[in-house]
Design a protein around this ligand. Structure first.
Ligand SMILES: Cc1cc2nc3c(=O)[nH]c(=O)nc-3n(C[C@H](O)[C@H](O)[C@H](O)COP(=O)(O)OP(=O)(O)OC[C@H]3O[C@@H](n4cnc5c(N)ncnc54)[C@H](O)[C@@H]3O)c2cc1C
Length: 278
């Protein structure tokens, strides 16, 4: 793609402060500027669509900083919850409705760096080789840096457990993590906190470029994926881990396989079959 303009465009304010991108098939830029949110390629009766070597319409993408890009096709790989925040031509916009049938969950991760690996010889137990710890605490899953010696513990909560605490601030999440460790190791929270050097808590549900962490399959997901993977000749392709029809959605492998499949579709004009997809 190549940038064609750097002036602000009026459609950028259309979605309540979300990262804003627009994808338009054909039509003039003036027609795009008149549209508010969803673009209808021929609604303004402007110049016909230019035809490239590929049998698809030409795409114009408008970015938040005012830049626009033109290309023969657009591949949208944003996380699932963000797809509906991008202004699309009506046919592609309608396909995005199918994302409601694909599960998408959150993850919160709490990273705590201590002065020492205080847990290694706690209570007479030799936990020097501890890697993973699974518990019933509010933050149930923890792992160490073993075999590296860094005195860091990483806490993890996902799905409904993450949803229940998603409104907490970073400081509150760190407190919650320390309280969970206190419960697991039967120690006072303040005692553990005395060893704390640095902390971070990351809630992917609050990240404006993620709005969550993983997709997962529901009974309707395969059908939804198949609908989303059809471009309907508008040269707009949806891609990414959530579009992967194999068994391991929510992984880097799934994202890669989906990307390869989409590239194959664009290069050959017919849907590709990833070696990983089943
Ligand atoms: C905490 C955590 C741990 C994980 N651990 C593992 C693991 O160990 N192994 C594993 O295989 N997978 C893991 N995953 C999952 C893995 O990260 C994802 O499955 C994978 O990154 C999905 O790739 P993707 O390209 O589909 O989407 P993403 O990697 O989410 O890429 C989407 C990109 O779109 C960008 N974007 C969003 N909105 C816009 C916009 N409007 N305009 C332009 N760009 C935009 C985002 O910034 C992002 O860079 C983990 C995920 C999380 C959250």
């Amino acid at each position: 793609m190549r940038p064609t303009r750097a002036s602000p465009a009026p459609w950028h304010s259309a979605t309540n402060g979300w990262p804003q991108t627009t994808v338009n098939t054909g039509g003039s830029r003036r027609a795009m500027a008149r549209s508010s949110s969803i673009f209808h390629p021929n609604a303004a009766g402007t110049a016909p669509l230019s035809i490239s070597a590929l049998p698809w319409r030409r795409i114009t993408v408008g970015c938040r900083d005012g830049a626009t890009f033109e290309a023969d096709a657009a591949i949208l790989t944003v996380p699932l919850p963000l797809l509906s925040k991008i202004a699309l031509p009506s046919a592609a916009h309608e396909r995005v409705a199918a994302t409601a049938d694909i599960g998408f969950g959150n993850v919160i991760k709490i990273l705590l760096r201590f002065t020492t690996k205080w847990w290694a010889d706690h209570g007479g137990r030799d936990l020097v080789d501890l890697s993973f710890l699974l518990s019933d605490a509010t933050v149930p899953t923890w792992w160490t840096q073993h075999p590296d010696e860094y005195p860091v513990l990483t806490g993890w909560l996902a799905g409904l457990k993450a949803d229940r605490v998603s409104s907490l601030s970073e400081a509150e999440l760190v407190d919650m993590g320390l309280a969970s460790l206190a419960q697991i190791f039967d120690l006072p929270s303040d005692g553990i906190r005395r060893h704390l050097v640095a902390s971070r808590a990351i809630n992917w549900g609050n990240d404006p470029f993620a709005r969550g962490a993983y997709s997962y399959a529901t009974p309707k997901t395969r059908q939804a994926q198949s609908l989303l993977r059809q471009s309907h000749g508008d040269a707009i392709f949806f891609c990414g881990e959530a579009l992967y029809a194999g068994p391991d959605m929510g992984t880097v492998e799934a994202a890669l396989a989906s990307g390869q499949e989409t590239a194959q579709t664009i290069l050959t004009g017919s849907p590709g079959t990833s070696s990983h997809a089943r």
